[in-house]
Design a protein around this ligand. Structure first.
Ligand SMILES: [Zn+2]
Length: 213
């Protein structure tokens, strides 16, 4: 699927587009073969300045979802696991707030898992870039830089079978590695709503709208 053309970077909306950037980041698709990844016109800074953020967020998503399906296992083994070994700042951020918590299974059994905080600012930056890119990909216009983009990570599994969610447009990249559902308001195109699903196990909600709304 070819993106629409644009001379200006669709992420920052100001500098000339001299490269193409992957949204979501390419590293989120480790081990996924033949994924029709989304690419959009981007400037050098937006494309290359974000790889450290991308790597950190990939790690936290991967650590949160674990190895519960083949794709998320690949994501961990070929991506996130290597990042935490290689990247000292990421390791320190993770260790600083990780703690073991008790979990009671459905059958009453006691286990434990590691709980940790995802760095909110980094998560917000990566999902904002992704959203600005996908917004352009879907409607062919650049979301103005003044329009706020707000990303929220969901901790549980949302109910995707509601009527409201079924009304959203739905796109699937890499056989379910990343699914995005969205709606762009026809009479206020800067207002949009997005639900991101990573490996059927991690969800985020993103909204765009005028500043101060
Ligand atoms: Zn840019």
């Amino acid at each position: 699927m070819q993106p629409p053309k644009c001379d200006v970077c669709v992420i920052c909306g100001t500098r000339p587009a001299v490269t193409v950037d992957h949204v979501p980041p390419k590293g989120f698709f480790k081990g996924v073969v033949n994924a029709q990844l989304r690419t959009v016109p981007a400037c050098w800074d937006c494309n290359n300045g974000a790889s450290s953020d991308d790597e950190d967020v990939r790690f936290f998503i991967s650590a949160q979802i674990g190895k519960q399906n083949p794709a998320s296992k690949q994501l961990w083994e070929n991506g996130a696991h290597k990042s935490i070994l290689r990247k000292k700042t990421l390791r320190e951020a993770f260790v600083a707030n990780a703690r073991e918590v008790a979990v009671v299974g459905a059958d009453g059994s006691q286990t434990s898992r590691i709980a940790f905080h995802v760095p909110v600012a980094t998560y917000q930056r990566v999902l904002e870039r992704t959203t600005r890119g996908l917004y352009f990909f879907q409607c062919g216009c650049v979301l103005p830089a003044s329009i706020l983009v707000n990303a929220t990570m969901l901790t549980g599994t949302p109910n995707m079978e509601t009527e409201e969610i079924r009304m959203l447009s739905c796109e699937n990249i890499g056989d379910g590695a990343f699914i995005y559902r969205y709606s762009i308001l026809p009479d206020d195109p800067n207002s949009s709503f997005w639900i991101y699903e990573f490996h059927h196990a991690h969800w985020a909600i993103v909204t765009t709208g005028a500043a101060g709304e």
